[in-house]
Each structure stands twice: as structure tokens, then as C-alpha cells.
Design a protein around this ligand. Structure first.
Ligand code: F3S
Length: 237
């Protein structure tokens, strides 16, 4: 028997509470399976997000036993008898486990998260060495679930900070040899609300369900930004 202790919040009631649901689940069941069992058989008013059920879309990121995880990837057998399920922290709660990710997507859009290719493209294709391509492997794995940004204490206190997810994405394009906006991108993050706001707390690393290391990306951006600033100073002399 598993007890799912679920955070419930209805905007019309204006107050939050925890509700315990007792469930008999088969071996291998995930937290998402439990939430669907509750919704379909016990309380249809429970609200949560999910889509792919394959740890690809990032929709079902939530706080499970005080850690940010994907509900579809987290088996209850690994969690003990009582499993606490809450919405990701740091974002307004819309209802139950559904959060308002407007800030997250605004920050994401602000960094122009797409390839800005060079004005004169090659006749056939851009060539990259295996080493150049390997640099993109990790940041390209990001599924934009928001678990990292939600776990960052700096984000809780200042929503002007770009946060680990957006900074990881900046690094993904700065590291891409096909991108032509490297200088502009470094300018975006070389300031008090970009890479210099990160206090290297590492919670973003611990919370990533894809084992990506946003802190390392932020460090790489810092090095690139410093090199860029020093080069600009030397040119001005
Ligand atoms: Fe936040 Fe991660 Fe930096 S938790 S402070 S973005 S290392």
C-alpha cells in the first residue's frame, strides 16, 4: 500500500492543503501512474500536467519527496510508503500540481533559442568536426521541464535572473560553430542578471532528470565572456 500525499490548491478556495490517497499499485508503477489512478478512480478534480509518459516532453516535472523529478520516470518503489507530491516551487500555482510557467518561457524566448546562421551559408551543408558536435550533446538533451530553474534559490528571490535553463540554452548556441550570434549572445549573459548572478549552488545539477550539468554550462559561458571582454579591451588599446 502506498500513500500519495498530494498538494491540492483550488484558486476559488484560495487555500492549499495536502490530501492522502491510499493506493494499491502494481510493481513498476510510477508517480504519474498513481496520479492517473487518483484522477480516474478517486477524484476527477485533481489537476496535473503530463503528455509523453516517456521522459521526453518535460510536462510532468514536479516535486516528489522534496526533490524535483519527472513523475513519469519516478517509480514509487524507490520512494518509501508515503510519497509527497507537490508542484515545482518558484512558480505561481494555477491549480493543484499545475504551475504557471510564463516567466520560464519569457526568459527562454528572451535569449533567442534558435540557430542564427551565418549570412552566406555553404553550398551544401555546415560541416562540424566530431569534437565540435560533441560540445552540443549535453545541452541539446534539455527537455525544458523547468526542474533546474525551479530548484535554484537565486531564482526564488529575483525573477530577473535568467536561470540555469535559459543559460544552458545560451551555451548550446554559443558552443555551436554554425551560429553567427556568439558576440550578441555573450553580451546577453555577461551582466548581473546573467552568468554573474549564479552562486554556484548546484541544485540545478541535482534536479535535472536528464543528468545535464547547467552549472558547467554557466562556467563555460563565464570563461567565454571573460575572454571576449579581454579581447575587446586589447583591441581598444
Ligand atoms: Fe542556481 Fe544552479 Fe547557479 S542552482 S545558483 S543556477 S549553480
Amino acid at each position: 500500500m502506498t500513500v500519495l500525499r498530494v498538494f491540492r490548491y483550488a484558486p476559488e478556495e484560495g487555500k492549499a492543503r495536502y490530501v492522502d490517497y491510499q493506493l494499491e499499485m502494481p510493481a513498476g508503477a510510477t508517480v504519474l501512474d498513481c496520479l492517473y489512478r487518483i484522477k480516474h478512480e478517486m477524484d476527477g478534480s485533481l489537476a496535473f500536467r503530463s503528455s509523453c509518459r516517456s521522459a521526453i516532453c518535460g510536462s510532468c516535472a514536479m516535486t516528489i519527496n522534496d526533490s524535483n523529478r519527472l513523475a513519469c520516470k519516478t517509480q514509487i518503489a524507490s520512494l518509501g510508503r508515503v510519497v509527497k507530491v507537490e508542484p515545482l516551487v518558484g512558480y505561481p500555482v494555477v491549480k493543484d500540481l499545475v504551475i504557471d510557467m510564463d516567466l520560464f518561457w519569457r526568459q527562454y524566448r528572451s535569449i533567442r533559442p534558435y540557430l542564427l546562421s551565418k549570412p552566406s551559408p555553404p553550398e551544401k551543408e555546415w560541416l562540424q568536426s566530431p569534437g565540435e558536435r560533441r560540445l552540443l550533446d549535453e545541452p541539446a538533451q534539455c527537455i525544458m521541464c523547468g526542474a533546474c530553474s525551479s530548484s535554484c534559490p537565486v531564482m526564488w528571490t529575483d525573477d530577473r535572473y535568467l536561470g540555469p535553463a535559459a543559460l544552458l540554452k545560451v551555451w548550446r548556441f554559443v558552443a555551436d560553430t554554425r551560429d553567427s550570434a556568439r558576440l550578441e549572445r555573450l553580451g546577453m549573459i555577461n551582466n548581473e542578471f546573467g552568468v554573474w548572478r549564479c552562486h554556484t549552488i548546484f541544485r540545478c545539477v541535482d534536479s535535472c532528470p536528464k543528468s545535464i550539468n547547467p552549472t558547467e554550462a554557466i562556467e563555460s559561458l563565464r570563461r567565454a565572456a571573460v575572454r571576449q571582454s579581454v579581447a575587446a579591451l586589447i583591441r581598444r588599446r
